[in-house]
Write a protein that binds this ligand. Structure first.
Ligand code: CDT
Length: 315
């Protein structure tokens, strides 16, 4: 059984205990419903702090974890063992040598960290931008992840051996990320997000409903094109006046939404997932070994920005 543990808002004034207590309540609920892998959001332990500008990055140090588990998060690992439940947790990581990453870990039902991922696609900007209604300073507060997109196989309850990978928020919009996971036979992709419900860039109108639509579209396409399950969990609601959308979903390997949150607060959604459902796609239309043509995909890794095409010249 897969579960998405959506969190409602976490305010600037809230400490780790506020977040962890709410997460423990969701774990207890998930246990009652037979969840084997529970996915918490991106930066689940604090408010979405990259919206707040600090000239000196060290002023934001209180938002980062320097150990995992820590005194404040140990209870999550104990609950995992007690409930025999795996979980995915997003948090801000500061390493002993002072590097900062937007990180997620996968913890198995023994309470062991079996996989770590550091966010690759960091959205936003590094400097304060006066034209923006709300800042999005991930490029200031985090380095680009240096672990690639790893996948690991381990037992998660009755799912008994699943190929699991992770991405974080903005990554879900990039098909390259999904395909790198797909090429490692991923069966379950866990991802968390903090996405403002309005476009804050002031560069033209974006219809509000499309914010959620584009998130779902990206996750559904990623799951379908790589024949995997997706568990996408929001941190939602209004954090100190800044609204994040909810709409957490679980998606099957056919790209269908099979569970969706209907609040923008703490909420558990679940689905009994059959890993064998990954087989159809990966043995037919997305049988990579049979059909992929990497010799035609050179631009994907050789080029970053788009170039202009040649202009047709009549003979
Ligand atoms: N957290 C995160 O990656 N959020 C982005 C919003 C980008 S708006 C600058 C997302 O893709 O949802």
């Amino acid at each position: 059984m897969l579960g998405a543990a959506q969190l409602g808002p976490i305010q600037l004034a809230d400490d780790r205990k506020v977040a962890v207590d709410r997460m423990l309540a969701l774990m207890s609920d998930a246990h009652r419903r037979g969840v084997e892998l529970l996915v918490f959001p991106e930066l689940a332990l604090t408010t979405f702090f990259p919206r707040w500008y600090h000239e000196d990055i060290a002023e934001a140090d209180r938002f980062y974890e320097t150990a995992m588990p820590s005194n404040e998060t140990a209870a999550l690992f104990e609950a995992a063992q007690r409930y025999r439940m795996g979980f995915h947790l997003g948090y801000a990581e500061r390493t002993p040598d002072g590097r900062r990453f937007n990180t997620a870990i996968l913890v198995n039902p023994k309470g062991e960290i079996i996989l770590k991922y550091r966010k690759v696609h960091l959205p936003g900007h590094a400097e304060y931008l006066p034209n923006r209604k709300v800042q999005h300073l991930e490029k200031r507060y985090f380095e680009v992840g240096d672990l690639g997109f790893p996948v690991i196989r381990d037992a998660i309850g009755r799912l008994d051996g699943a190929n699991m990978g992770m991405m974080i928020c903005n990554d879900r919009r990039w098909p390259e990320a999904w395909r790198v996971l797909g090429l490692q036979s991923v069966e379950v992709v866990a991802l968390g997000y903090n996405t403002p419900s309005l476009n804050m860039e002031n560069r033209g109108f974006e219809a509000h409903h499309l914010r959620v639509e584009h998130s779902h579209l990206s996750i559904r396409a990623g799951c379908y094109q790589n024949a995997c399950w997706g568990v996408a969990t929001a941190k939602a609601g209004t954090e100190d006046g800044n609204e994040l959308f909810g709409h957490s979903i679980i998606v099957n390997p056919g790209g269908e939404i099979v569970a969706m949150a209907d609040t923008w607060d703490d909420q558990l959604i679940t689905h009994e997932a059959d890993l064998d459902a990954c087989r159809l796609g990966r043995s037919t239309i997305f049988n990579f070994a049979a059909h992929r043509r990497p010799e035609a995909y050179g631009r994907i890794v050789e080029q970053t920005g788009a170039v202009a095409p040649p202009v047709w010249e009549s003979k």
